[in-house]
Design a protein around this ligand. Sequence first.
Ligand code: FMN
Length: 192
Amino acid sequence: MAKILGIIGSPNKQGNTALLVREVLKTAEAQGSETKILCLADFQLSPCNGCRSCLETGKCMIKDDIEELFTEMLQADGIVIGSPVYFGGVTAQVKTFIDRVGYLNKARGREAFRRKIGGCVVVGRHSGLLNTYIQILLFLLDARMIIPGTRWVLGRGFKNGDVEKDSEGISLARELGYEINNLANLTKPLRT
Ligand SMILES: Cc1cc2nc3c(=O)[nH]c(=O)nc-3n(C[C@H](O)[C@H](O)[C@H](O)COP(=O)(O)O)c2cc1C
């Protein structure tokens, strides 16, 4: 059984991003995966200070919740990251997450998440969705994750719950959930 972790990068824990990430996980679960969801807003995370000491020590010198988050990610076969669009890009929470986790992973020879399955989900009102999607996608590729071939999971919405009315966005999220479950199981031998 594959373990799929969903990471909600919106400060709004009951918002559109949460709905869409949950839709991915519900489908993966229906296909047999074990799933877990985390909200970055529940973690105390400061921005990277650029000291690069992690490259020497393998550890981050900022004392916050980054190690806990990193450990959760290590335990997963697949990781889905969701962000709303904030001024054409990811939220500050997701950018902090990418910088911190990305550099810690670099310090570990980019081996920590290699061949895990990565997915991204983005929600916005009307502009900057693709840019935000690519920001997350590049992080997943840098971490040497495997990205399932799907249509881009972009949802439309402004107020809480709007994305539920975006039937195409919901169907894209389900497609991702289905593919992540499949690939996470098929590639398990590559991660042992
Ligand atoms: C600070 C801020 C900046 C935003 N910038 C954009 C933007 O550039 N493009 C866009 O389409 N929507 C933008 N939005 C709208 C959100 O992406 C949209 O409301 C989204 O559904 C929020 O997701 P959530 O419910 O998961 O927080 C912005 C919202 C906020 C609060």
